[in-house]
Design a protein around this ligand. Structure first.
Ligand code: SMG
Ligand code: MG
Length: 370
């Protein structure tokens, strides 16, 4: 396939309700979309970097810049390209996995649409429905939290994930477990908010039969996670620390990751995500698909990935309406009986609502291939 043109589109969407995590509160999403034109057709990718470098080092302005100034010129200088070549061609560049993943996704979408193949078939997914979990933010009061959780239970979600931080952990977990009963899946995500000396405190969560505790310690602290995993019963799951197949293998080997959250953006793309999935199947490590508050583009692709057999835990693939009043695709993801249908159309399986996208576009940059 020959790449001809790349359009970088920035769009802005308000969230239906503020989403607070241990690293800050989001009220709107500022998103970079990539639209690639090739001699065989077009494709779209969504970059999951956030406005500020608070979840990881990446942020939207930097992603747009590194794609425009470095990735696109390099990718188009090498002649015909397939999605499977993108990571190799961009390998000389350090870091920026979310920017790389977005570019690979756009090329992959174009390639699969041209071939009439759906992403989930291409990846080897075997299910047409996947269980849907919801990520619940931090609130000012426990009453607000319980009201939100009850709403999600009523919506039929298959499991609840609570964002935690020091001062908002044991008591919210205790009350939510009481509210949802002993059977429903419950897990927590600290987004690196704790330290090595917090093991005794975090052990108190062992009383609530959690599926896992996600990324309690800083991204680089693999040894700390290994020690914590040995010290508490709740399984330790890594998110931010896993940025590649290599880091996944090391963390598993060192006992730091009893479960892995796979986010395609964080690991540089859907193809690296599948390699991590395959490794985890081989090592008997359960995986699940994380979310980055994606629009219908990323949500459709994540659902395809999560259809792979190793994704044995419900992912953060909620209904689009969990975050957005209106999605940018014509058929937004919905949740029925705790499940999301894996999109079946060619490519990543979505169709875009172009008029709506035009209305929320804040800037467009077009780059031609040399
Ligand atoms: O898309 O449902 C979603 C968000 C899931 O909690 C979620 N993501 O650390 O796992 C995580 C966070 C990162 C983004 S928070 C703005
Ligand atoms: Mg997380």
């Amino acid at each position: 396939m020959h790449l001809q043109r790349l359009e970088l589109r920035r769009i802005e969407l308000d969230l239906v309700t503020p989403f607070r995590t241990s690293f800050g509160t989001q009220t709107r999403r500022d998103i970079l979309l990539l639209h690639v034109t090739t001699d065989e057709g077009e494709g779209w990718g969504e970059c999951v970097a956030m406005t500020e470098p608070v979840y990881s080092a990446e942020f939207v302005d930097a992603a747009a810049l590194v794609i425009a100034e470095h990735f696109w010129p390099t990718l188009t200088a090498g002649g015909a390209v397939s999605a499977a070549d993108v990571a190799t061609r961009l390998d000389p560049y350090a870091g920026h996995p979310m920017a790389k993943a977005a570019l690979e996704a756009a090329v992959l979408d174009a390639e699969l649409r041209a071939a009439g193949v759906n992403l989930h078939a291409y990846l080897g997914g075997r299910r047409d429905h996947i269980p849907s979990g919801v990520s619940v933010g931090i609130f000012d009061t426990l009453d607000e939290l319980l009201g939100q959780v009850q709403g999600y239970v009523d919506d039929g979600y298959a499991r609840i994930k609570l964002k935690i931080e020091p001062g908002w952990d044991v008591e919210p977990v205790r009350l939510v477990r009481e509210l949802i009963g002993p059977e429903m899946g419950l897990q927590v995500d600290a987004n690196t908010a704790y330290g090595r000396t917090d093991a005794d405190h975090l052990r108190r969560l062992d009383d609530y039969d959690l599926l896992l505790i996600e990324q309690p310690l800083p991204e680089e602290d693999i040894l700390g996670h290994a020690r914590l995993a040995a010290a508490i019963e709740t399984p330790v799951c890594l998110d931010e620390s896993i940025v590649s197949l290599q880091t996944a293998e090391d963390a598993i080997e060192l006992g730091a990751a009893e479960i892995i959250n796979i986010k395609p953006g964080r690991v540089g793309g859907y193809l690296e995500a599948r390699r991590i999935h395959d490794l985890c199947v081989d090592r008997d490590v359960p995986v699940w698909c994380g979310g980055m508050v994606e629009t219908g583009i990323g949500r459709a692709a994540n659902a395809a990935l999560a259809a792979l057999p190793g994704f044995t835990l419900p992912g953060d693939i909620s209904a689009a309406s969990r975050f957005y009043h209106r999605d940018i695709v014509t058929e937004p993801i919905t949740v029925h009986d705790g499940e999301v249908a894996v999109p079946e159309g060619p490519g990543m399986g979505f169709e875009l609502d172009h008029d709506f996208i035009d209305g929320i576009t804040t800037s467009t940059t077009t780059l031609d291939a040399p």
